[in-house]
Design a protein around this ligand. Structure first.
Ligand SMILES: Cc1cc2nc3c(=O)[nH]c(=O)nc-3n(C[C@H](O)[C@H](O)[C@H](O)COP(=O)(O)OP(=O)(O)OC[C@H]3O[C@@H](n4cnc5c(N)ncnc54)[C@H](O)[C@@H]3O)c2cc1C
Length: 253
C-alpha cells in the first residue's frame, strides 16, 4: 500500500529566526483578483487582523510564505492602498517564473496565505528634501506609488520627483504609475542584466546633496545605483534608502 504524506511543509531556518525575533503571523484571505496587464496582477486581501496590529507606512511590506518543492519559501510583497478601517489591502504581483508569481496566477477568492510582518520600515525624511530620485521596476512599482502618495500628502507636495523605471515587457509601460504634474519618468528597457538603467542614472548625475534617493531593483543594480546616488550625486548616506527586491537568475528569500 502506498502511503500519502500529509506533513505540512516547514518554514526552515528563516521561519525559526523570524519566530525567535518575535515576528507576528497573519492569515490573509483572497477577496478578488484582477489582471492589470499580461505580466501584472492585483489581488485583494482581507488581513486577518494585520492592519489592526501594524501601523501603515509608505513602502510597507510583508513576508508571504509560498509552497514549492514541499517547502515554504518567504518572499517580500508590498501592501497597496491599505485600509486599516476594513483591514483590507491589495498586493500587486509582477509575473515571471517563480513560486510566488505562480501562486498569484492561480489564486482564487477564498484562498489563504500566511504573512509574517518583520523588517519593514520607512521614515519620511525631515526636513523635507528638495527633490526625490527613485529607481525601481515592476516589483517596486507598489512601493514607488506609496512614496508618491506620501509625497503628495506631505508638507511639500509639489517637490519634484524623478523616476528611473526599468521595464521588461511593452505592457509594463501601461502600468499605473501615480506620478503628478512636474514629475519626470525615464523608462529604461532592462538590458545587460540591468546595466542599461544603471548607466542612465549615472549619465544624469548632478549635485543633489539636498535630495533623497530611493532604490529597489534586482540586487546588483540596487547596489550600483545606491552607490552612484552617494558618489556621483553626492547624496548623504542617510538620505539614500536602498533594498534589493529580487536576484537575477535565482530565487530570493
Ligand atoms: C521588501 C520587498 C518588497 C517587494 N514587493 C513586491 C511587490 O509588491 N510586488 C512584486 O511583484 N514583487 C515584490 N518584491 C519582489 C519579489 O519578492 C521577488 O520578485 C521574488 O523573488 C518573487 O518570488 P518568486 O517565488 O516568484 O520567484 P523566485 O523563486 O525568487 O525567482 C525565480 C526566478 O524569477 C526571477 N525573478 C524573480 N523576481 C523577478 C522580477 N521581479 N522580475 C524578473 N524576474 C524575477 C529570478 O531571477 C529567478 O530566475 C518585493 C521584494 C522585497 C524584498
Amino acid at each position: 500500500m502506498t502511503e500519502t504524506s500529509t506533513k505540512t511543509p516547514g518554514r526552515g531556518w528563516q521561519g525559526a529566526v523570524l519566530k525567535l525575533f518575535g515576528a507576528d503571523d497573519f492569515e490573509l484571505t483572497v477577496t478578488r483578483s484582477e489582471v492589470v496587464t499580461d505580466h501584472y496582477l492585483r489581488i485583494g486581501f482581507s488581513g486577518g487582523g494585520l492592519l489592526s496590529a501594524k501601523p501603515v507606512h509608505p513602502t510597507l511590506w510583508v513576508r508571504l510564505w509560498f509552497e514549492s518543492d514541499g517547502k515554504l519559501h518567504q518572499r517580500g510583497y508590498t501592501l497597496v492602498d491599505a485600509d486599516p478601517a476594513t483591514d483590507t489591502f491589495d498586493i500587486e504581483f509582477a509575473i515571471h517564473d517563480g513560486a510566488a508569481a505562480r501562486w498569484a496566477q492561480g489564486a482564487q477568492v477564498g484562498d489563504t496565505i500566511n504573512a509574517t510582518v518583520m523588517g519593514s520600515k520607512f521614515e519620511f525624511p525631515e526636513p523635507a528634501p528638495a527633490g526625490w530620485l527613485l529607481a525601481g521596476d515592476t516589483a517596486s512599482l507598489p512601493a514607488i506609488n506609496s512614496l508618491l502618495d506620501a509625497i503628495s500628502a506631505s508638507s511639500t507636495p509639489t517637490v519634484p520627483v524623478t523616476i528611473w523605471f526599468e521595464y521588461q515587457h511593452e505592457s509594463d509601460k501601461t502600468l499605473p504609475l501615480r506620478t503628478r504634474d512636474g514629475d519626470t519618468v525615464h523608462w529604461v528597457a532592462r538590458e545587460r542584466e540591468g546595466t542599461a538603467l544603471v548607466d542612465a542614472v549615472r549619465s544624469a548625475a548632478f549635485d543633489a546633496g539636498d535630495h533623497f534617493g530611493w532604490v529597489a531593483l534586482d540586487s546588483k543594480s540596487t547596489r550600483a545605483v545606491a552607490s552612484i546616488f552617494k558618489g556621483d550625486y553626492k547624496i548623504g548616506r542617510k538620505s539614500v534608502k536602498s533594498q534589493a527586491y529580487w536576484v537575477e537568475g535565482r530565487s530570493f528569500g
